[in-house]
Design a protein around this ligand. Structure first.
Ligand SMILES: [Cu+2]
Length: 462
């Protein structure tokens, strides 16, 4: 195909409703079909999030409403162009996707930040199916807090057939009574469990309701994209079973009943809808003092009379298995700190230091990265020994590689493959991985205030 100029690509994009045909990875690899380039324009918009009228200074990707659910196919090239329509620098990180380091979207560590008015082309082939998400890695508390969190669905033709699918992007907003943004964080809370939003939403709505076939098996994909909130999820009015965590199938399925997920995590459920037309299955968050219905599924039509035991296994994601007998152990302590670290970065600083990994506080996304927390040899197996020395839970996220949960000091664990582990207060946990993706990979708490006030670092694989 002919090479297109930027102007032609943009014109094609406008004509194709946001898609443009560009020279993506498939073309460069000599594959037959060109890859459609998804245009993701980060921009300011208004959104109706409360009864008080439109909220101003909301951020999104695309034309209006929440960032689009991006659909990819496992093993098939994907291409997106970030167009920075904000008045500050940004990037996109593809949370949970095991892709080359240069596509990971972490400014200074893996790519230059993308200035206002500039673009950046992301091309990669997702190696795993499942539910993932995307967000900036620059001035993250503000940019994510104002809306820039979107869900990724990586499909696998080998998955069993469901009777329907609902994708839920769970997040909060820090809004005042007038529906406008208030201070994104309070320092006294950043030093504890984080500053919570005042308005809680699913897909940017207070309590959305979706129709689903009565008696059918519905796949519900949940992404916790909030900057602070940890959820404890249950389903009222229907049988709900956890089938995948953080994109990867669970070793053995279990009832949703009070399952916790932290910021950055995803949960895939199969919900067996009630038989009666109009019956409601309600997804509930019961953590904390104000339980809330997150979303409702309404049974529609005559019952399909499906049985959840008939649902076949999800397609497996293949990855190298750590050799535990020869794995080197790497200790990581997560602690509070009083040691202040002054930093200045175009990608934002909260101006406080409360947390540290291995006693070193670093907010990440700064032009002078500290030394890596550890240097890993490419291809070698490791056990990460994590210890939470604090009284707060921390969802710890590793970029670029997935790990397997081996053991915990506070609970029974399955050998789950994941990219984010929600550490209990004072928990010790062992995570195994093969260092099979070269580069510098961010490793941080996904409560963004914790990350940006010190609980951040990176691992070097070479
Ligand atoms: Cu944390």
């Amino acid at each position: 195909m002919p090479h297109l100029t930027r102007r032609q690509v943009l014109a094609a994009s406008a004509a194709a409703g946001g898609y443009a045909v560009g020279l993506g990875m498939a073309a460069r690899l000599g594959a037959a079909a060109p890859v459609e380039t998804k245009i993701l324009k980060a921009r300011t918009t208004d959104a109706v999030l409360t009864d008080a009228g439109p909220t101003k200074n909301v951020l999104t990707y695309g034309d209006a409403g929440m960032p689009p659910v991006l659909r990819m196919t496992k093993g098939k090239p994907f291409a997106a162009q970030l167009v920075n329509g904000l008045d500050e620098a940004t990037t996109i990180h593809w949370h949970g996707l095991r892709i080359p380091n240069g596509m990971d979207g972490v400014p200074f560590l893996t790519q230059p930040f993308v200035n206002a008015g500039e673009t950046f082309d992301y091309t990669f082939t997702p190696p795993d199916s499942g539910t993932y998400w995307y967000h900036p890695h620059c001035n993250t508390l503000t940019q994510m807090g104002h809306g820039l969190t979107g869900v990724i669905v990586v499909e696998d033709p080998g998955d069993p057939a469901f009777d329907g699918e609902v994708v839920l992007n769970l997040r909060d907003w820090r809004l005042g009574k007038d529906g406008q943004f208030i201070a994104q964080f309070l320092p006294k809370d950043a030093g504890k469990s984080g500053t919570f939003g005042t308005v809680r939403t699913a897909n940017w709505a207070g309590e959305p309701q979706y129709d689903a076939p009565a008696g059918g098996l519905i796949r519900v994909r949940i992404a916790a994209t909030d900057v602070t909130r940890i959820y404890k999820l249950s389903m009222d009015g229907a049988e709900a079973t956890v089938i995948a965590i953080d994109g990867h199938p669970v070793p053995s399925r279990f009832p949703l009943d009070a399952t916790m997920i932290g910021p950055g995590q995803r949960l895939d459920l199969v919900v067996r809808m009630p038989d009666g037309e109009g019956s409601i299955a309600a997804l509930r968050d019961t953590r904390g003092t104000t339980p809330k219905t997150i979303a409702n599924l309404r049974a529609a039509g005559s019952s399909l009379k499906r049985d959840v035991r008939d649902l076949g296994p999800l397609a497996r994601n293949s990855m190298a298995k750590a050799d535990l007998s020869n794995a080197a152990r790497l200790p990581f302590s997560f602690s509070a700190t009083a040691e202040h670290m002054a930093v200045d970065s175009i990608c934002g600083s909260l101006g406080y230091t409360f947390w540290a990994i291995n006693k070193v506080p670093w907010p990440g996304d700064t032009p002078d990265p500290t030394a890596p927390l550890a240097e890993l040899k490419l291809g070698k197996s490791y056990i990460l020994d994590l210890e939470n020395l604090t009284r707060h839970a921390h969802p710890i996220h590793l970029h670029g590689m997935s790990f397997t949960v081996v053991s915990s000091s506070t609970r029974e664990v399955q050998p789950q493959v994941t990219d984010t582990y929600l550490m209990d207060p004072n928990e010790k946990v062992q995570l195994a991985l093969v260092a099979d993706n070269p580069g510098d990979w961010a490793f941080h708490c996904h409560i963004i205030e914790h990350q940006k006030t010190g609980m951040s670092g990176y691992l070097r694989v070479a």
